[in-house]
Design a protein. Sequence first.
Length: 499
Amino acid sequence: MRASVADLYGCATPADLAAETFENYRTYLNPPLARVMKLSGSPVEVYAEGCTIVDQTGKAYLDFAGGYGVFTLGHRHPRVVAAVRDQLERMALSGRTMFNPLMGRLAKRLAEITPGDLTISFFANSGTEAVEGALKLARAATKRTRIVTTEGAYHGKTIGALSASGREAFRAPFAPLLDGIVHVPFGETAQLAQVLDGAAAFIVEPIQGEGGVHVPPPGYLRAVREACDRTGALFIADEVQTGLGRCGALFACDRDGVVPDVMTLAKGLSGGVMPIGAYIARPAVWNAAYGKAPLLHTSTFGGNELACAAALAALGVLVEDDLARNAAERGNELLAAARLVQAQYPAVIAAVRGAGLLVGVELTHEGYGGAIIPELLKRGVTAAWTLNAQRVIRLEPPLIATSAQIARAMEAFAAAVGAAFEMLGTLGTDEAHGTPRTDEAHGTPRTNEAHETPRTNEAHETPRTNEAHGMPRTKKAHGTPKTGEAHGTPKTGEAHGTP
Ligand code: PMP
């Protein structure tokens, strides 16, 4: 592992690099976030490889936050890095006026590995853009406007995706959001067909990630599929976090054997080397929206050569190394280890749940998290909050994690939970599960959440809004080219009231 003066980005000492970076954050990026990160002892990342991030002092951390699901192949997988380097010598970004061979190949590869007749891709640069694209596609294809989504959902922070998300604290400052958005409980289907009547789409995460890692009952997605078929609403599966092996299957939809009409992907798509997002749609849906209007939805950077080269290499590693299987096996170890810690500290941990290498640890009281995450960091392991449920810590290591790394991280986790319990004693149970609390009373600054949503009570800088709201595959074998409608349950455009 490289960790030398060369990693200090031109600074003379680690302290200089830390001071410069903090000042830049405080002055030029995000003052309250800078303070929260500093209070929680956040170091400066200077180097990463595999499951490890190295800080400015040369200390190595097992990355169990995993970039919130980005680092499926760990940091800088050599095959992906080589593909990007190679491409950099030819062409970096698309000139946009000519055909781009890698974008074509990546779209073909995605059509081969995604379920059913998901065939036509659009490439963007992030998860939220993939979701925006999917929502627009649904409205254009169905000529309907209403979007049904789930309570607790996280689909991104651009206006459309935010409208479809579930956490009021993130939404309220930007009201009014999109009209015609309806939230229904996640995991329930009793009233779904009724709500979907006349709707353009139902957007849902196959496993709710940022909502606190909620795994729906088996058969949920099949019931969603049926309700969509009955009403002509499109089924958008947001697999930005759950897809590409994360949950122990290549796609979390595979767990129920369903084919959505549109699937969104991002985070792990390039294995953690280049930003890229995508949606992939059934041809009838795509044609209904854009068959006669190819430029209605476009992106300057989306599908650029570097991102596509990275994604093609990453998909190769993902499938050839069967990382979904490793995620399933290591995920079972991670769940079992987390449950042992829960058994040891029932006053601190209320629940442990997850699938594959997406595991959520729900605390009995939000106050513990502000101690556990820094204690974990001290012991050389990163972890993160879930963005919509502040009592849930997520453990989301790379899919290449080994049993030894899981064991080491969980040993540190047990010690960190023990230290938090020793420090804070019994805090009691927060009344409403999953409901964010505001008090910082325990003197334990919030940490990882800070990377996206600093919790500070410095109201003049970041006014707090009312927190109280707040493997069976159906079609394509991996690598098997598509042969047409014969797979799964082909849908026709008519079902959506479009040609
Ligand atoms: N959808 C889901 C399910 C996500 O988990 C996220 C990010 N956590 C997004 C969309 C948004 O992705 P991004 O941050 O890349 O915009």
